[in-house]
Unconditional design. Structure first.
Length: 275
């Protein structure tokens, strides 16, 4: 039995040599992928000085799927997402969104995308209503007043709509941030720890809204999260990174089976320790 077949919970699970890690990578397990995926990351690399923050990363996110991008701190997730958003120019390779190279033509698709992270603050002196209005105008949202009313109902924002965003609790800010991310009904949604500051009940409540949005819109979601239960619930496919490279790829249940683990948490811990 080789290292990859051992149960990581076993005491005798030996480390995997770095030169064997590519053996962990598996091709996508479903074959009903459209010719033009929503997101295509092709030989993506980013070098800062002598350090390769992202090193030949390849994966696709088919239209209508939710794909989890996982990894420990310093794995390269944030840099990868920044290149997918067109905020960082790759050193090598490219990030394609809806058929557009984000380093060259991001302006063509920005109004069809959106991003949410509880770590990126909205203007604190503006009220929730003002924030949603400004972002709605930036995205050219038609019938903006009606759209804000819909999001107010969906995310229970009625009591805080006219309160300064900077005076909200962490959980309230997260709900507003997710609502902002849906203001333009995006085709592609990038989520960075979307429920990080929420209690379990509110977190599940937000996940239910995201599921409803995706079902209604047929949207594509790229999700970065350290909540493995959330990843198991939401994701069709999981991409796990370490040291700038993809070290495992597959459906959550298949990764659990492949590494003989009880859940995705255990898979994540195992791969983090051997990579």
């Amino acid at each position: 039995m080789n290292h990859f077949e051992k149960n990581p919970a076993a005491e005798d699970a030996a480390p995997v040599p770095a030169n064997e890690l590519p053996a962990l990578i598996q091709p996508p397990v479903r074959h009903d992928i459209e010719a033009a995926p929503a997101i295509a990351v092709e030989d993506l690399c980013k070098k800062y000085g002598s350090h390769w923050a992202v090193d030949e990363v390849n994966f696709i996110v088919p239209k209508g799927w939710t794909v989890g991008l996982l990894g420990g701190n310093g794995a390269g997730k944030t840099t990868t997402i920044a290149m997918i958003m067109g905020l960082v120019v790759p050193t090598v390779g490219r990030a394609m969104v809806l058929g557009c190279d984000m380093a060259l033509e991001r302006h063509k698709v920005l109004n069809r995308m959106n991003f949410e992270s509880p770590y990126v603050a909205l203007p604190s002196r503006l009220t929730v209503r003002e924030n949603l209005t400004i972002f709605g105008r930036l995205y050219g949202v038609p019938n903006l007043k009606a759209r804000i009313e819909e999001l107010t109902d969906d995310f229970d924002l009625g009591d805080i709509l006219d309160r300064a965003t900077g005076r909200l609790s962490a959980g309230q800010k997260t709900r507003v941030s997710v609502a902002k991310a849906l203001i333009n009904d995006p085709d592609v949604l990038l989520l960075d720890e979307p429920t990080a500051s929420l209690d379990p009940d509110r977190a599940e409540w937000v996940r239910s809204r995201l599921r409803a949005f995706q079902k209604r819109r047929g949207a594509t979601i790229l999700l970065s999260s350290h909540n493995m239960m959330e990843v198991e619930q939401l994701c069709d496919l999981v991409v796990i990174m370490s040291r700038g490279q993809v070290i495992a790829l597959g459906r959550p249940d298949e990764l659990i089976k492949r590494f003989q683990c009880k859940d995705l948490d255990e898979v994540f811990i195992y791969l983090a320790r051997i990579a």
